[in-house]
Design a protein around this ligand. Structure first.
Ligand SMILES: CC(C)(COP(=O)(O)OP(=O)(O)OC[C@H]1O[C@@H](n2cnc3c(N)ncnc32)[C@H](O)[C@@H]1OP(=O)(O)O)[C@@H](O)C(=O)NCCC(=O)NCCS
Length: 223
């Protein structure tokens, strides 16, 4: 876990909707959503609240902001993910982090990676990869880019797609590096690198990105 951050994770029953939830208000946009969507939202918010309680001493529950980005308390950044029956939230203080991104994914099967590879991978990203590792690497690229999106969206304030970054380094010990291919505005220019950590968590692939507060982005490492 990034230094000074707090993580909270919980299992939930995907089919239960929010019937057992009086403590987490559903946003209007989710009142007519499926039970699965309501259940994952509530589970993610419970994790966020537990992580915030641990970090700040206050059990805040972030509202849903524009483009679904959670609205964290002042002096906190964070990120939420849910997959299958698992939810997770990561939070940290703004004096140490400008952005945090976390993502849980069910690793892709061989046929899913064949289908999704062209969507997820930037041009040239797949070329040197061992075919046997293709499903893992498509999964890793996908999840790392979702983590990047969650960490950067609050800073750039616009959406960007999978072609905006490429996985340029990875190993099986939990390290990887994403590099921007496109300008996302301001200091987020092509060549900026984001170290990624990855691991297995409850049978899922977990990735996370932490953008430190103290380091200006360069064409070298930013974390
Ligand atoms: C937003 C997105 C990243 C969510 O990922 P997902 O796999 O569908 O779902 P996850 O459970 O991992 O994450 C969902 C959580 O991400 C968070 N999230 C959603 N939009 C967000 C945004 N704009 N900024 C920050 N966090 C956001 C929310 O907390 C959301 O959960 P909630 O709606 O219950 O609060 C995904 O739907 C998406 O739009 N991807 C395309 C953009 C992208 O990834 N580009 C790659 C850039 S290189």
């Amino acid at each position: 876990m990034p230094s000074g951050c707090r993580l909270a994770a919980a299992r939930f029953a995907p089919g239960t909707g929010c019937q057992d939830s009086t403590d987490i208000p559903l946003p209007t946009a989710l009142e007519q959503a499926t039970r699965q969507r309501q259940a994952e939202f509530v589970a993610g918010r419970r994790c966020a609240r537990a992580a915030l309680l641990d970090l700040t001493g206050r059990p805040d529950c972030p509202a849903m902001g524009p483009e679904r980005a959670p609205l964290w308390p002042t002096q906190v950044v964070g990120s939420i993910s849910h997959c299958r029956d698992q939810a997770i939230a990561l939070v940290g203080p703004t004096d140490r982090y400008r952005g945090l991104g976390i993502d849980l994914e069910q690793p892709f099967s061989a046929s899913q990676s064949e289908d999704l590879g062209p969507l997820v991978l930037a041009r040239g990203e797949s070329a040197p990869w061992n075919a046997a590792l293709h499903p893992f690497l498509v999964s890793l690229s996908f999840s790392a880019k979702e983590s990047l999106f969650k960490a950067l969206f609050p800073l750039v304030q616009h959406r960007f797609d999978f072609a905006a970054a490429e996985l340029i380094e990875w190993d099986l010990q939990g390290h990887a590096v994403l590099r921007l291919r496109n300008s996302l505005g301001g200091e987020w220019q092509p060549g900026v690198r984001f170290p990624v950590r990855h691991c297995r968590f409850q049978g899922l692939l977990l990735t996370r990105i932490a953008i430190p507060a103290s380091t200006a982005p360069t064409h070298g490492s930013v974390a």
